[in-house]
Design a protein around this ligand. Structure first.
Ligand code: BES
Ligand code: MN
Ligand code: ZN
Length: 496
């Protein structure tokens, strides 16, 4: 069930709803909202501030039931910290918190005030995203003990009727991006026995049929005709056949205009192959398709937003398994580009399938390419679970990328691509080997991909550390990372 969003030009205290949510900052004196709230509450807010029970710190929450002078049944004071530190990401997180707070309760209709912390269109978009994202529950396979939110309507109070249309559009955009994020999360959550490459392709097809996206699915014989020897080498060890899924959005005036191409690693389960992982290392490897799921969800959003651009999504999908037919460490395979690869570690499979997907993408004459992948444990060591690694051969594209990431509230850190790192991949018997040593593992993986990129402006996202929420957060399971940044990038590139 999807949430309904609206803008109302009326004050928060007159809203007849289950909860009026006031986003308040730490600098209480300077805020008009704080003052009116304090007056309505007959000085209670000042009293709680004096007693130290309310500071407005980021994440603080205070629920006041049946407030006398207010139409809402509950008043929710939500701290967002210092005003100067309050950005879209913080608003988004606070809205997730509101939804989690009323999970399992009867709260259905809420009103929100004080959302206007920055350029307001982006503020309100971030709030809508947070409310939608907070609703996601990974309970599809639970037969009991489900607990969901009942919040179905959120009205945002505004005192500027001239901006209603603009704000409503920002809410709609936020809703689309929030829903796309949740779509990625629920796909990533699908276990390996439920979603294999052909099931992922079916899901992509049913999405395309319900939208204006064109779809083409390459099966193994078609990929053999294309010479995709690197991808097919990974697929050999699995009983599940591989797929290459291609989704196209034609939004530019000219269907032939160079597209923005998004490529997502779709390993539906990564056992490591014959270079088998440990049991612990395998536990979360159903999520090794997170890049592909992010691209699929981004394509859905691009289509719903009717972006006036051509955008293509490419999802190379395989399962990486050991078997009597599996590729062996030491094998040499021939990629679609013609370059030969010495496969010394079958667990470095993502770069093999991406090599062929990237070469395939070049045939589409792209304006730029972005690939996103849970590629290396080394990137998790480097950046932990806060930022994803970003690599780019083009400073202008990287600049656009960071603008997009700021709008999306997703964090990245740029890592290097110096040519000296490439020598770590020199092979004695083939053009390149698929692993270096331990040193700079995230960089050598990126250098491997770059080998297949050519001159096209390109970004590589290593999202290995940020695909799942860590224990203890309000949210659980997959993050849906990358969806919003990719959509924002497709919206603004190459203009800014
Ligand atoms: N899917 C893994 C990377 C990964 C590790 C993602 C941990 C999320 C959490 C990838 O296919 C892999 O196994 N990479 C190897 C590469 C190595 C063999 C060069 C790794 O990082 O250990
Ligand atoms: Mn692997
Ligand atoms: Zn992998």
């Amino acid at each position: 069930m999807s949430m309904e969003f609206g803008v109302i030009d009326s004050s928060w205290h007159r809203q007849d709803c289950d909860a009026a949510v006031l986003i308040l900052n730490q600098e209480a004196e300077s805020s008009q909202l704080n003052q009116t709230a304090d007056e309505r509450l007959d000085g209670l807010l000042a009293e709680l501030t004096a007693s130290g029970e309310w500071t407005g710190g980021n994440g603080d929450i205070l629920v006041i039931h049946r407030p006398a002078e207010i139409s809402a049944r509950r008043l929710v004071l939500l701290g967002a910290g210092r005003r100067g530190d309050c950005d879209g990401a913080r608003l988004r997180d606070r809205m997730v918190q509101v939804v989690r707070q009323f999970r399992g309760s009867e709260v259905e209709r809420i009103a929100v005030a004080g959302w206007d912390a920055l350029d307001s269109a982006l503020s309100i978009q971030a709030c809508a995203e947070g409310l939608v994202i907070g609703c996601y529950e990974p309970d599809e396979y639970k037969t009991r003990d489900r607990s969901r939110t009942k919040i179905g309507q959120a009205l945002f109070c505004s005192d500027d009727p001239a901006r209603t249309t603009e704000l409503q559009e920002a809410l709609n955009r936020g809703q689309i991006l929030g829903e796309a994020t949740n779509l990625a999360r629920s796909l990533v959550n699908q276990p390996g026995n439920r979603v294999n490459p052909s099931r992922l392709a079916e899901k992509a097809r049913s999405l395309a049929e319900k939208s204006d996206l064109q779809i083409e699915i390459l099966d193994e014989p078609a990929m053999e005709d294309e010479g995709m020897g690197a991808l097919l080498a990974v697929a050999r060890g699995s009983a599940e056949p591989a797929r290459m899924i291609v989704l196209k959005h034609f939004g530019a005036e000219d269907n032939g205009a160079p597209p923005v191409v998004l490529i997502g690693k779709g390993v539906t389960f990564d056992s490591g192959g014959l270079s088998l992982k440990t049991s612990q290392g395998m536990e979360e490897m159903k999520a090794d398709k997170a890049g592909a799921c992010a691209v699929l969800a981004a394509m859905k959003a691009v289509s719903q937003l009717r972006l006036r651009k051509n955008v293509v999504g490419i999802l190379p999908a395989v399962e990486n398994m050991p078997s009597g037919r599996a590729q062996r460490p030491g094998d040499v395979v021939r990629s679609m580009s013609g370059k030969t690869i010495e496969v010394l570690n079958t667990d470095a499979e993502g770069r093999l399938i991406l090599a062929d997907a990237i070469h395939f993408a070049r045939g589409l004459n792209p304006a730029c390419m972005v690939d996103i992948a849970t590629l290396t444990g080394a990137c998790v060591i480097a950046l932990g679970h806060i930022r994803a690694g970003l690599f780019s051969n083009d400073d202008r594209l990287a600049g656009s990328f960071f603008k997009a990431s700021e709008r999306a509230g997703e964090r990245f850190w740029r890592l290097p691509l110096d040519d000296e790192y490439r020598t770590l991949l020199d092979s004695h018997i083939a053009d390149i080997k698929n692993v270096g040593k331990r040193a700079a593992g995230a960089v050598t993986a990126a250098k491997f991909l770059q080998e297949f990129v050519g001159d096209t402006p390109w970004c590589h996202i290593d999202m290995a550390g940020v695909d799942m929420f860590q224990e203890g957060g309000a949210n659980r399971g997959p993050t849906g990372f990358g969806v919003r940044t990719m959509v924002e990038l497709a919206s603004l590139y190459p203009d800014s």
